[in-house]
Ligand binder design. Sequence first.
Ligand code: ZN
Length: 299
Amino acid sequence: MPWFKRVEKGINTPTEEKKETPDGLWFKCPECKTVTSMAEHRKNLNTCVKCNHHDRIGSKEYFAILFDDNKFTEMDEDMTSGDPLHFVDSKPYPERTVATQRKTGLKDAVRTAYGKSGGIDITIACMDFAYIGGSMGSVVGEKIARAIDHARKNRTPFLMISKSGGARMMEAGFSLMQMAKTSAKLALLSEEKLPYISLLTDPTTGGVTASYAMLGDFNIAEPGALIGFAGPRVIKETIGKDLPKGFQSAEFVLEHGFLDFIVNRKELKQRLNDLLGMLATAKPEDEAAAKAKKSVKTS
Ligand SMILES: [Zn+2]
């Protein structure tokens, strides 16, 4: 009998003995197509080793990068959205909520927490694009508002990490109200002279850009992030003209004066700590000056 002849027909390996190909072992950069191992990619904080493309990450990763030893206290963890409009698209909104929560392990599109970063007390709100495109609904607005209240009460700086497709369609008008609510809270934060740093990551668009994302004392962004209000296609159709190269990229937005600086993810924590350190050292003098003013007034 020739050695190459199959004696038994069919494949007889039982399912439990089959070897699975491990999932997600490699990362291929969507920009330059460089392939790295997932472990290496993660070590590089999900940025490409070759072209510095910043891959999208969520609140879990940002908290791990920014909070010292990944230690933080999360606020309003279990807040979830209702269905005030009884909204139905391809499926009812409550069903979508449950399915998305199950798929992502998140309760809504933002997580808020406080802790220390570089030894400095800080309150951070970070959006998750994985949850219905990082859309801003009532929960997002409310959690951000409460995080700002926490920052005011405890006199910590506030960092907002935005990543959003805009307002949440399923909550329509209720979503739009969040723009006013968060902006009003930020005004109170500003009145108390507490720093607000807004980090815009890929993508930051719609109602988020039109409210809290652009209201920072410092508006900073990750390289290559898409930042804009309406999408390029809509703008092109409206004005009937071709858009300039690199339109709505972080670099373009910086050049046109809407950003203070662009920061690489690997330098994010250090830059943030340096900035907050500078602002903190500037504070005691101001307080002393304010006190002196007050005493002059009262005397
Ligand atoms: Zn690359």
